[in-house]
Design a protein around this ligand. Structure first.
Ligand SMILES: NC(=O)c1ccc[n+]([C@@H]2O[C@H](COP(=O)([O-])OP(=O)(O)OC[C@H]3O[C@@H](n4cnc5c(N)ncnc54)[C@H](OP(=O)(O)O)[C@@H]3O)[C@@H](O)[C@H]2O)c1
Length: 358
């Protein structure tokens, strides 16, 4: 066996050996055509958030009986309320899209963040209902990193939010390992959505472009911008294939490729036939010290947190599209909604405006 082969990871090596023996895996059917066989309703928590909304939409379109719970309907830190909801709905699956996602505020409100991002999901994972829950690229520190992170790489969160998510990951994995609790933890990154009423980097940039504001955007942090709709579709395929019915496992799930926030903005401007050279990349430090951020306290974030999603592809055949392709689709959908007169409210320009996403 060549040295090259020995260096490969085991699953890749197995695949190569199968190919050499003429036992290539059979072509898979189009996942969109697979049936969704769930023996009960789907409970979506955090249904008012950007991912929650898309999960509700995608699972409803696939024919599931979806019970969408916004924060007002169900506070996941209220454990009795969660138990009551499960008792009443008897879900076959929980999609936990509820989370504390204000990374900067978490620094001062550590306990509140932990209640939502650690205690509640861990408690829910122990309730004997399979669950898909979400973690973050911010479990990594990016220090000295040049390669994408896979699921086995060393974690070292730089902020309270990342620490709370990591604790949840590890405790939930423990429940799977020791008690066979079933579900999936999907680590994703830099989520955005073109849908009205969502708050994210894409929306902030579009408002800036529409208001003809200067585009001074953070250019020293690199990650994988991920369209919420693509992630929701990936969850649907995983559930169709029964991935949620195995003991908890972590997978990275993000759009392919990577860029900086300035690179993401340049691509939006390019797609709008504008002048990408008029997007000015600035450093995170310059952004944090700009007049509009005077006096604000910021959490530390990794400079590189691109996710390697090969495991998800290898084990479940699930690959999210390239971020540029998704951006084009999302932007087209956004422009069409604008043309159709859909109203986009204008939530406060948050820290995401210059690329401080979660
Ligand atoms: N956004 C990103 O860039 C990013 C990156 C990596 C991972 N993730 C993870 O991906 C998942 C989805 O994130 P997202 O971007 O869709 O977040 P999002 O848009 O902020 O939505 C989170 C939702 O959870 C709700 N929520 C907060 N506390 C709650 C509680 N105690 N009980 C019930 N609901 C509560 C929020 O309601 P309110 O708005 O009323 O607070 C909001 O509707 C999260 O697990 C997040 O940590 C996100």
């Amino acid at each position: 066996m060549s040295e090259e082969l020995i260096k490969m990871e085991v699953p890749v090596l197995m695949e190569t050996l199968e190919r050499m023996a003429g036992e290539e895996p059979a072509e898979e059917p189009d996942p969109a055509l697979l049936p969704l066989n769930l023996p009960g309703p789907v409970l979506v928590t955090g249904a008012g958030g950007q991912l929650g909304r898309e999960l509700v939409r995608v699972f409803r379109e696939a024919g599931a009986d979806v019970r969408a719970m916004t924060r007002e309907d169900l506070d996941i830190t209220d454990m009795l309320a969660v138990e009551d909801a499960i008792e009443e709905i008897k879900p076959a699956l929980i999609l936990n899209a509820a989370a504390w996602t204000d990374v900067d505020a978490a620094e001062a409100e550590r306990e509140d963040c932990r209640r939502v991002n650690t205690l509640a999901p861990v408690y829910m994972a122990g309730l004997h209902v399979p669950m898909v829950t979400f973690s973050t690229d911010y479990v990594f520190d990016g220090v000295g990193r040049t390669k994408r992170y896979n699921e086995r790489n060393r974690v070292n969160p730089l902020n309270v939010y990342g620490n709370a998510k990591l604790d949840a990951d590890e405790l939930i994995l423990g429940l799977g390992f020791e008690h066979g609790a079933q579900g999936i933890i999907l680590r994703t990154s830099w989520l955005w959505s073109e849908q009205p009423g969502t708050k994210n980097f894409f929306q902030s940039v579009m408002r800036r472009i529409e208001a003809k504001k200067e585009l001074r955007i953070v250019g020293d942090r690199v990650g994988s911008p991920t369209r919420a709709l693509d992630l929701a579709k990936a969850v649907l395929v995983l559930v169709k294939k029964g991935a949620h019915l195995k003991p908890y496992k972590i997978y990275h799930a993000a759009n392919l490729g990577s860029c900086s926030w300035a690179g993401f903005t340049k691509e939006i401007v390019r797609l709008l036939n504008g002048h990408p050279e008029e997007v000015y990349p600035i450093s995170t430090q310059q952004w944090q010290m700009s007049p509009e951020n005077f006096g604000k306290r910021f959490a530390q974030r990794p400079l590189l947190s691109t996710l390697n999603c090969n495991l998800l592809e290898r084990e479940w055949g699930v690959v999210l599209p390239n971020w540029e392709e998704s951006l084009k689709e999302g932007l087209d959908a956004y422009l069409q909604m604008k043309k159709d007169g859909v109203v986009f409210d204008d939530p406060d320009e948050g820290a995401e405006a210059a690329g401080d996403a979660k």
